[in-house]
Design a protein around this ligand. Sequence first.
Ligand code: HEM
Length: 406
Amino acid sequence: MAVTLEDIDLYNPDVYVDAPPFEALAYLRRECPVFRQEMPDGTFYWAVLKHHDVVEVARNPLVFSAEVGGVVLEDQPPEQLEQTKNMLLMMDPPRHSTLRKNVYPHFRPRQIQQLEVRIREICRDLVAKGIEMGDVEFVHDLAALVPSEVFGEMMGIPPEDRPKINRWAEIMTGGQDPEVNPDGYTATSGNDGSMAMAVYGIEFAAARRGRDGEDLGDLLLATKVDGQPMTDLEFGYFFVQLVTAGNDTTRTMISSGLHALLEHPEQLTRLRADRSLIPNAVEEILRYANPLHYFRRTTTADATVGGQEIKAGEKLAMIYTSANRDEDVFAAPDEFDVGRVPNPQLSFGIGEHYCLGVHLARLEGRIWLEELLDSGVTIEMTGEPRRQRSNLNNALKSLPVRLTPA
Ligand code: HEM
């Protein structure tokens, strides 16, 4: 059946359960590239669908603010919004630029590269664990453990605390899926994960301060912003930011990546035959199965995007899932091609808030694939994968597979 504008609902999380609405997105890129989408709460947003329009919005943080309304589409209650403004992702310049400039040195390629040996050990152990188990639910049994172990080691988080941090992160980001977060987004039961995690981060800071150690936790605690070290509270927010931004996204990159390779066995064969394609394959996985569908901005002044007038105070969503398949930028955008070059995918955003963890995420993606392929293991799906019910997270919540040793 042909798509019509009236039928399209990009907000409804149910629409994303089987697969992202690629057909509707392609139709909108042609017919209405800045699309007015109503929301159930009576508000609306502008879905920005073309690659160059997403870039333009992301590169103008003063007109398209992350701070005024946050980065998710649902308007948060004022007190919650006030708290999120303390996170890097939800700050506007100049506050954003100051904090970012000070923490960035710890996330530079040279710094991150030093983790290679340890990340490889973690990935190798996880592949061995998977082979020993044979039948695994890949998302939680293996993929989730890569970022959680890596981040835990980087920060110096005790191993016994890592599962609960993972769980809080999953509750926070799985808000629209009743199976992941039974209490919903703005839970009043105290089960929204962020508070528990912030408290953990604050206590972590208080216990560690002055230790003069070398891990990322110590380095961040010693980092000065405007000449002053971060307070325990500021560190707590930054901690929440790192965990929420880094854990589920990386888990999704690894699990959706395996899924894409299993669905395209000829690409897996190609990769097995030519390991030099692995960095490309990581980029293609990120383009083809971007872990996040969108991030929001709110206009601070009247603006025009893609020819569409937008009034001050209105909200927009930069739809990465659409921009990554823009036929004006990518040849055969619906094809999964591990040799794709160039690949200007927008899965890490671009501009002011460009992902701080990008080098870490790429390193984890590359090493994971190298270790998986080096093991020679054969992998087959043993059941239907299940996707998260979410218009924000483009994620699998389960991927049953069998690993058979070489
Ligand atoms: C595949 C994995 C990842 C994906 C797809 C991803 C995606 C993104 C995106 C789209 C943004 C930009 C948001 C915007 O423009 O509003 C972002 C920002 C951010 N990411 Fe990532 N991310 C990943 C991994 C990580 C990791 C591993 C970390 C940290 C350990 C991290 C930390 C951050 C932080 C702190 C920001 C905010 C940067 C700022 O506002 O200046 N991310 N990420």
